[in-house]
Write a protein that binds this ligand. Structure first.
Ligand code: SAM
Length: 427
């Protein structure tokens, strides 16, 4: 039975569908009948033939169509489970962790392009003969889901970064507790952070755990991660199971739920405190992703965490933060806050990215859940978004030191262009 749309729904569908047409190269015939388009696309998706799943879920959300109902009406109820909100991956014990790691490694080594299409472009695949045993292992751990017709869908994204294989949420999981993907900031922080053998490391705002797990790989003796989101902590636990090895001597990841320093014991102090906080400016009263909700100017979490850092550092301890800040082309507002929090420290700043806001918003405005981010531009508050890496340490005289990071940024670009062929090297 075809889907019936109200005039308003049809108008919305027409817009979304024409956007999709441009992006996905659909023909006019395919988009002529909006209801037919939704139904046809849903059918194609379920058969693993459609490359525009994100568009379908966007269309259906905008139309307020309940996908389970739509699938039932279209006689596709056998696959209705595909569209549910996927739970975090679940890994029970070392044996399953090793099997998942082995399956991901084998899949990646066999064909990086297929791996990226499944786990980064979020497209379904029909598994080839050699991939079937791996997909069963990954399905049992909640990384993929198979349709009765034989297509395999990703339930998570999986990023490969050096030795790490990190699961995060699909972008289609456009809920407040979406677990943050890896981007330039994670690659930069992982590659540049100064972890020393035997360090006690704290990561605030843990998310998927990528930075903390990299610290464990580099010989940290204790690694603690704190996050407010239960979902993020479940992803971090699965990522720890897949990436850490007791035999290799990796420290386990200690996971704590709560606000910044609150869940720590009074005596807990660290050699290195890491953070990549939520930093996007969000209009007052707007619901938004926890991973990015930085309050009206994007700096709420940064302001809340900075004063607590010095007293949680062991003698000689260091602080590293990657954050973004709005500003104009010449300066970055957040630097003054960091200097004020570390008056006796050498504060190193690396400028990693400086993007005009229009460009930044163009990149994100099609993603599920990102509506409304263009407010600061229309208010004329700022013109640019800066990506900045800070390191505060006690070596050398106190004060601000700017450090050129272009070589490190270029090395990050090489990694990002393996994930996304269209990734453009930073100017
Ligand atoms: C930008 S994500 C970074 C995740 C991870 N560190 C990374 O680099 O991929 C920010 C994370 O901070 C968490 N968060 C937000 N507010 C927090 C708070 N007050 N205390 C602890 N965690 C918080 C969010 O749940 C989210 O997982």
């Amino acid at each position: 039975m075809p889907l019936r749309l109200t005039d308003e729904q049809a108008r919305l569908a027409a817009k979304l569908v024409s956007d999709a047409k441009t992006r996905a190269g659909l023909t006019n015939g395919q988009i002529a009948d909006k209801a037919g388009y939704v139904e046809k696309t849903v059918r194609d998706v379920l058969k693993g033939r459609c490359r525009v799943r994100k568009t379908v879920s966007k269309v259906c959300r905008a139309l307020k169509i309940d996908l389970d109902v739509a699938l039932n009406e279209a006689g596709l109820n056998d696959a209705a489970g595909l569209w549910c909100r996927f739970p975090p991956p679940r890994i029970e014990g070392d044996t399953q962790a090793r099997a998942v790691r082995g399956a991901l490694e084998a899949f990646l080594a066999r064909d990086e392009d297929r791996f990226c299409r499944l786990f980064l472009d979020e497209e379904p695949l029909v598994p080839e003969q050699a991939e079937r045993p791996w997909t069963e292992i990954l399905a049992a751990a909640g990384y993929v889901k198979a349709t009765p017709a034989g297509a395999v869908w990703p339930c998570v994204r999986v990023f490969f970064l050096d030795e790490l294989l990190i699961a995060t949420d699909l972008l289609a999981h456009a809920e407040e507790d979406q677990v943050f993907s890896l981007m330039l900031e994670q690659v930069f922080l992982v590659r540049s952070m100064d972890v020393r053998k035997g360090d006690h490391v704290l990561e605030l705002c843990l998310g998927s755990g990528v930075n903390a797990l990299a610290a464990a790989h580099r010989g940290a003796a204790r690694v603690v991660g704190v996050d407010v989101s239960e979902r993020a902590l479940a992803f971090a636990a699965a990522n720890a199971a897949v990436n850490l090895s007791r035999e290799r001597g990796d420290a386990p990841l200690e996971i704590l739920r709560g606000n910044l320093f609150e869940p720590l014991a009074a005596e807990d102090c660290f050699d290195l405190i890491l953070v990549n906080p939520p930093f996007e400016p969000v209009p007052r009263g707007m619901r938004y992703f926890l991973h990015s909700h930085g309050g009206e100017d994007g700096l709420d979490v940064v302001r809340a965490l900075l004063p607590g850092v010095p007293q949680r550092l062991r003698p000689g301890g260091r602080f590293e933060m990657y954050t973004c800040t709005l500003s104009d082309e010449r300066s970055e507002w957040v630097t003054d806050l960091v200097l004020a929090a570390f008056p006796d420290f050498r504060v190193e700043v690396r400028r990693v990215a400086c993007v005009p806001l229009e460009v930044s918003f163009t990149e994100f405005h099609d993603r599920p859940g990102y509506a409304g981010r263009d407010r600061p531009v229309s208010q004329g508050v700022t013109t640019h978004a800066w990506g900045l890496h800070f390191r505060a340490l006690r070596d050398g005289p106190a004060g601000l030191v700017r450090i050129d990071a272009m070589d490190e940024v270029r090395a990050c670009d090489a990694t990002l262009s393996r994930w996304w062929r269209e990734w453009r090297t930073n100017p």
